[in-house]
Ligand binder design. Structure first.
Ligand code: HEM
Length: 195
């Protein structure tokens, strides 16, 4: 005798709210825009204080900033490589158990290295446009925090499309490397590779 059952069969689609990928990205995208704009507006309206703090072991504040940014960029490379391993894009390396730990910690350390530099930029120098390099650097600095915010928010959204995290992670990495070129690279090529 056949029976009617309210139980869905194993291969029936699970009922529930349909994922809305656009909506899952909307809040992180808006939050990222607000953060970038907020940083830019603050940098523009705030009167630059010119305050600079040196770190022990460096010849001056500029050198300290250039090296901290370089540390963040190198950790950013570790992030990009470890993410590629996690997504199986470097199959010859396999997927070691420690790779996600390496990814998390390199990200945290990159942030710790970059944030004091960015705070000094914002508070002491502000948003400036007196040369193309400085304009591009200021814009990238603002973009960095917006894209970073969006990536962190998308990480917590289970309904986000699978391409969103790699796309935003790649953007954070690209912006960080571009910031390195418009600041540390400029510093090292003008003043030499000194501490
Ligand atoms: C992750 C974020 C950031 C990093 C790692 C970073 C890094 C650096 C470094 C290493 C320097 C010193 C080298 C140089 O003088 O060019 C610098 C300078 C500077 N930064 Fe940033 N920065 C960041 C964000 C920002 C933001 C958000 C702004 C403004 C909105 C900004 C504006 C400036 C300006 C105006 C200079 C001086 C450029 C010059 O006169 O040479 N930066 N930054």
């Amino acid at each position: 005798m056949s029976s009617w059952s309210a139980e869905p069969s194993a291969d029936a689609p699970v009922p529930g709210p349909r994922p809305k990928p656009a909506l899952a990205l909307l809040v992180p995208a808006l939050a990222g825009c607000v953060v970038s704009l907020g940083v830019g507006v603050y940098g523009h309206v705030h009167h630059p204080t010119g305050v600079a703090v040196n770190l022990a072991g460096f010849s001056g504040p500029l050198a300290a900033k250039a090296w901290l940014t370089t540390a963040a960029a190198v950790l950013g490379v570790v992030q990009a490589v470890s993410a590629s391993v996690m997504y199986g894009k470097l199959a010859f390396l396999g997927t070691p158990a420690w790779i996600s730990g390496l990814h998390r910690w390199s990200g945290r350390l990159a942030f710790v290295a970059a944030v004091p530099v960015a705070m000094q930029c914002l508070y002491a120098l502000g948003y400036q446009d007196y040369s193309t390099r400085v304009l591009v650097h200021s814009l990238l600095g603002c973009a960095f925090f917006g894209v970073f915010t969006a990536k962190m928010l998308v990480l917590t959204r289970r309904d986000a499309p699978s391409w969103a995290v790699p796309l935003l992670g790649g953007l954070v990495f690209a912006v960080l490397i571009a910031i390195w070129f418009t600041s540390s690279y400029w510093f090292f090529s003008n003043f030499g590779i000194k501490k």
